[in-house]
Ligand binder design. Structure first.
Ligand code: UGA
Length: 453
């Protein structure tokens, strides 16, 4: 099939690359010229494991193209994906200006019955609104008034850092539409993934055995949109729940890691997303929880659980600062090392990263901060300018009074802790992700402080 992807951000780029990989001809469109120029050369603007290999291979075999020419991309395609950003507005609502722009452009250029797939996370009910914007644009710009189209909601569930695997080996695929024809077309498009029949570079590394069927949830537009918000809200709730339990653990002397294992083995609970720590960040959970709470508010519903989930997450970051104050007493003039800046490992995304919040608070208290991240090399705009970014972990640790692990990058497990003990002024580690081996570090003479243990 010929597919057009509007927006080459995280979701758009990964979706485009993966649809090309399973045999489609994909045209990715973006209005940012420098981004397209880079992509045409096979250079990914984001850090995502294995994305570059697939990107380059599909450019080479001619199935993947990048352009700023939205008109031709829309005209040539059977299925048009909207994958543009939906940032938060100051009041927690969702800014739909990019979705509106994309829908308007679709209306200007569609020329025959097309399927419009919305993958951007949009407020409940936006599928119908997208239809309306396209229809209005059609009336305004397109003489072919009998053009028909169908809108589908197909939320994404991919995680940054494992986006390619999440696309090829999903837990489920959700397709929401009122059009049976459109649903059938989407089922045909996703057939290689649903049947796990696509070629994979190494069969031994398939996360789901070849041929095992992936569940598909077919729904109306609104329910598909709601599934996306509910999924992210539930996952964030799991994390805030375990963080709340971890705070009790600290007081009663229990170890949260064992609690997570003990409850997670109950299949009704599940082991994933029960890692206590400094909390969740990123471009999705914070934005989507705020949006769902805002949408509920429009209907007079107070989202009591979601509000607590958000509050616990905010406090969790503060708790680390409190731990540091307890330990160092006077934070002013102390030098603190922070390992990990991105909101989680295997990504260079720093949006709403807990590390940034913690560092900014420590600077306000008068601390000096030396930070290091394996991938984030440019100081994020939201980070206090007084923070210095170091080229390697040892530079960031030298002559510091305390070390914080803010992101669980594999690289930190391989650090030489004998050397670290020698170069630190005081050997104190706050492990914000419960990632390091406490017994090992204590034997080496470190004071180890985890979360909830
Ligand atoms: C999340 C969802 O997991 C995806 O399914 C969804 O598609 C995506 O949002 C989206 O809406 O686009 P992502 O934000 O990439 O994906 O990252 P997650 O792996 O979910 O982690 C989110 C945050 O939770 C990170 O800051 C991570 O460190 C934190 N986390 C995660 C914990 O603190 N504890 C855990 O046990 C798991």
């Amino acid at each position: 099939m010929i597919i057009c992807i509007i927006g080459t951000g995280y979701v758009g780029l990964v979706t485009g690359v993966c649809l090309a990989e399973i045999g489609n001809n994909v045209i990715c469109v973006d209005k940012i010229e420098e981004k397209i120029e880079k992509l045409v050369k096979g250079k990914s603007p984001i850090y995502e494991p294995v994305l570059s290999e697939f990107l380059q291979a599909n450019i080479k075999n001619g199935r993947l193209k990048f352009t700023t020419d939205i008109s031709n991309a829309i005209k040539e395609s059977e299925i048009i994906y909207i994958c543009v950003g939906t940032p938060s507005l100051p009041d927690g609502g969702v800014d739909l200006k990019y979705v509106e722009e994309a829908a308007y452009e679709i209306g200007r250029h569609i020329n025959s019955g097309k399927i419009i797939v919305n993958k951007s996370t949009v407020p409940i009910g936006s599928g119908d609104w997208i239809s309306m914007v396209i229809s209005d644009s059609l009336k305004e710009n397109n003489s072919a008034m009998n053009v028909s189209f169908d809108v589908v909601s197909n939320p994404e569930f991919l995680r940054e850092g494992s986006a390619i695997n999440d696309t090829f080996f999903p837990d489920r695929i959700v397709i929401g539409s009122s059009s049976k024809k459109a649903i059938d077309k989407m089922l045909e498009l996703y057939k290689p993934i649903i049947n796990q029949s696509f070629k994979w570079p190494d069969d031994k590394k398939r996360l789901i055995p070849k041929g095992r069927k992936i569940p598909v949830v077919i729904s109306d537009l609104t329910s598909a949109e709601m599934i996306k918000y509910a999924a992210n809200s539930f996952l964030a709730t799991k994390i805030s729940f375990i963080n709340e339990i971890s705070n009790i653990c600290e007081k009663v002397g229990a170890d949260i890691s064992i609690i997570s294992e003990g409850i997670g083995l109950d299949k009704r609970i599940g082991t994933m997303f029960l890692n206590a720590g400094i909390g969740w960040g990123g471009s999705c959970f914070p934005k989507d929880l705020r949006a769902l709470s805002y949408i509920a508010g429009e209907y007079g519903i107070t989202t009591q659980i979601l509000n607590s989930v958000i509050n616990i997450n905010r406090e969790q970051r503060q708790k680390v600062v409190k731990k540091i104050q307890d330990e160092l007493k006077i934070v002013k003039s102390k030098t603190i090392s922070v390992l990990g800046i991105s909101f989680k490992p295997n990504t260079n995304d720093v949006r709403e990263a807990p590390s940034i919040n913690i560092m900014n608070n420590l600077i306000t208290l008068g601390a000096k901060i030396k930070a290091y991240d394996p991938i984030v090399k440019v100081k994020p705009g939201t980070l206090n300018e007084k923070v210095s970014i170091c080229d390697n972990a040892y530079d960031a640790i030298t002559d510091t009074d305390l070390l914080i692990i803010a992101t669980e990058w594999e690289e930190f497990l391989k650090l030489d802790f004998n050397k670290i003990k020698e170069i630190m002024t005081r050997p104190i580690i706050i492990d914000g992700r419960n990632f390091l081996d406490r017994d090992y570090l204590e034997k080496k003479g470190f004071k180890y402080i985890g979360i909830g243990r």
